[in-house]
Ligand binder design. Structure first.
Ligand SMILES: Cc1cc2nc3c(=O)[nH]c(=O)nc-3n(C[C@H](O)[C@H](O)[C@H](O)COP(=O)(O)OP(=O)(O)OC[C@H]3O[C@@H](n4cnc5c(N)ncnc54)[C@H](O)[C@@H]3O)c2cc1C
Length: 294
């Protein structure tokens, strides 16, 4: 199917893009990688009046670490940039594990991490990863910049808190206080598919002690789920079998899966438990646990 008729603008600066959104009427949409928006438009699930394509806006295609270790991922940084990133491989095991299992190479060449967060698909992989890492989104609008923790950013399936004239300019991952460990595991029906179940685990350790933990779940609820009790079970001591078992049980309890053509709710809950156990069993500082299970 063809999309409905729309006006297309390709501004050359962020200010111009924000101005176009501000003056753009009731239904304007930002276009980044187009890997979610364009399919929705072709199916006419989305019929915006105005498309503001930000691909000509300079200076948004970065990912970099500040001196204190804060990681910044710009709005035009593609999944593929993150998949190939030496920076992620050396310092962000959970992100390094997730990047290669997002969709397929064609989608990864165009799609963006920030676009994925904005799209707020409960089956989006990046939202769990960024949530486990305690990340946030920086938005810019006519009134200036604001920073929104990822836990507050998504309000429901395919909904976020951005105003119609705001653009998400970057995602921010705070610096680790200790050594990072963790991973991302994803069950998919075939390579390139969305997650039937995804689990992101992000740890910070000092010696053998876990000093911070984040666990978040993909595809097993109406939106990304933060498994807070599971993460709390890991903090304050070493990764013993008891703690790992407790965290896996809490994470399975936090999941809210539904039975569908991808599997029963019971099976999906079991996979959450299995993935948490598996990631934590392999967790070594800065070595990503990564795997596609089909
Ligand atoms: C075949 C296929 C398989 C896929 N499989 C997976 C998968 O396994 N895992 C996964 O996580 N994703 C998957 N995706 C989705 C893909 O990751 C998209 O790239 C991502 O969801 C959206 O990023 P984008 O840059 O393409 O955003 P776009 O499609 O350009 O935009 C998506 C939405 O976010 C808004 N938006 C985008 N950027 C901004 C911004 N900077 N500020 C404000 N609003 C913004 C848009 O207005 C739109 O509403 C798949 C897509 C396809 C087509």
């Amino acid at each position: 199917m063809y999309p409905s008729r729309f006006r297309y603008e390709a501004p050359q600066s962020l200010d111009e893009a924000i101005g176009l959104l501000h003056d753009g009427g009731d239904y304007a949409k930002v276009l980044a990688g187009g890997q979610s928006l364009v399919p929705l438009m072709k199916l006419r699930f989305a019929s915006p009046d105005l498309i503001v394509d930000i691909n000509n806006v300079p200076g948004l295609d970065y990912h970099r670490a500040d001196a204190d270790g804060t990681l910044r991922v710009g709005a035009l940084c593609r999944h593929a940039d993150l998949e190939r990133s030496a920076l992620l491989k050396s310092s962000q095991p959970t992100m390094a594990a997730a990047a290669p299992v997002i969709a397929d190479p064609i989608v990864r060449n165009r799609g963006t991490l920030v676009g994925s967060l904005c799209h707020a698909d409960p089956q989006g992989d990046w939202a769990s990863v960024v949530m486990a890492l305690g990340g946030s989104i920086v938005a810019r609008g006519p009134g200036g910049r604001r920073t929104i923790p990822i836990a507050d950013f998504v309000t429901g399936p395919f909904q976020n808190v951005l105003d119609p004239d705001e653009i998400a300019v970057e995602a921010v991952i705070p610096p680790a206080q200790g050594t990072r460990a963790g991973g991302y595991l994803k069950l998919e029906r075939r390579v390139g598919d969305f997650a039937t179940v995804g689990v992101a685990v992000a740890l910070e350790t000092s010696g053998e002690t876990v000093t911070r933990a984040g666990i978040a779940l993909t595809g097993v609820g109406g939106s990304t789920i933060a498994a807070a009790a599971a993460a709390a079970a890991l903090v304050g001591g070493p990764l013993t079998a008891d703690r790992i078992g407790l965290a896996a049980d809490f994470a399975a309890e936090a999941a809210q899966p539904r039975t569908d053509h991808r599997g029963s709710a019971e099976y999906k809950r079991h996979m959450v438990r299995t993935f948490v156990t598996r990631i934590l069993g392999r967790a070594q500082p800065t070595e990503p646990a990564t795997e596609r299970a089909a």
